[in-house]
Design a protein around this ligand. Structure first.
Ligand code: SAM
Length: 229
């Protein structure tokens, strides 16, 4: 499958493996990942946040109650909420998730937003797990035009740059990180690594118990769609 699909399947497998219930996708784009996760029996709450959020009727209504929902009745209720907002804004409705995914998002943040991102996502939202994917620039020479993969990218990091950033973030907010990726290099070019690099962050137990329930509610994001099944 194409690399973008491999990224979604990577998340899907992780959700299955860990039986995750509450998942938020930051920068959800055309909602393909949310749509794929909707069919997991373990999932109870899905949230999408995008600065350019579109309601779920958009794109053929992929998130609306599907035929699948009638053929295979769900044991658990599922709520899908789409918000319009920026990932560098704090909104208390994003706290307490099992998993937050940021698939091909961080390379779209300018340096000011990138600097705010860890405090919001790891410090404030503070989910059990975070998955971040971003292009691996070491792979780029294998593409015909060897520049940024998308004109909207503010940066593309090599493995060292991404891992240094991720390890620093993990240390600061008490998460351990493992690095992997999707999109194998062709034979003979194994040294460049995966096309997409992925960091999987797990919150350390010590932090998980030290909850900060006293934080006041802050609703900043605009609700675009709510769907209950
Ligand atoms: N995650 C989707 C995927 O893998 O197909 C979409 C990736 S697309 C390359 C990046 C997405 O991030 C876009 O939908 C864009 O609107 C969104 N985005 C960019 N900056 C953002 C921000 N500050 N807050 C929320 N979303 C943002």
């Amino acid at each position: 499958p194409p690399v973008y699909e491999q990224r979604y399947y990577f998340v899907k497998n992780l959700v299955n493996q860990h039986g995750l219930k509450k998942i938020a996708d930051l920068g959800y784009g055309d909602a393909t990942l949310l749509w794929m996760l909707k069919y997991h029996r373990c999932v109870e709450c899905l949230v999408g946040v995008d600065i350019a959020a579109q309601p779920f009727e958009w794109g053929g209504g992929r998130l609306s109650p599907g035929v699948g929902g009638f053929i295979i009745p769900r044991e658990l209720d599922l709520t899908i909420t789409l918000y319009r907002g920026s990932v560098v804004q704090k909104d208390s409705r994003l706290r307490g998730f099992d998993l937050i995914t940021c698939i091909e998002l961080i390379e779209h943040l300018d340096s000011e937003d990138l600097a705010k991102f860890p405090e919001v996502v790891f410090g404030y939202f503070s989910p059990g797990m975070v998955v971040i994917s971003t292009p691996n620039s070491e792979f780029n020479p294998l593409f015909p035009a060897s520049t940024f993969r998308n004109p909207d990218h503010r940066f593309e990091w090599d493995r060292k740059q991404f891992q240094t950033w991720a390890l620093d973030v993990g240390k600061l907010y008490s998460y351990s990180v493992e690095f992997t990726g999707v999109g194998d290099p062709p034979a003979g070019a194994e040294h460049v690594g995966y096309c997409t690099q992925i960091g999987v962050f797990q919150k350390n137990i010590a932090k998980a118990t030290g909850s900060s329930i006293s934080e006041p509610e802050e609703h900043v994001y605009e609700v675009v769609s709510i769907l209950r099944e």
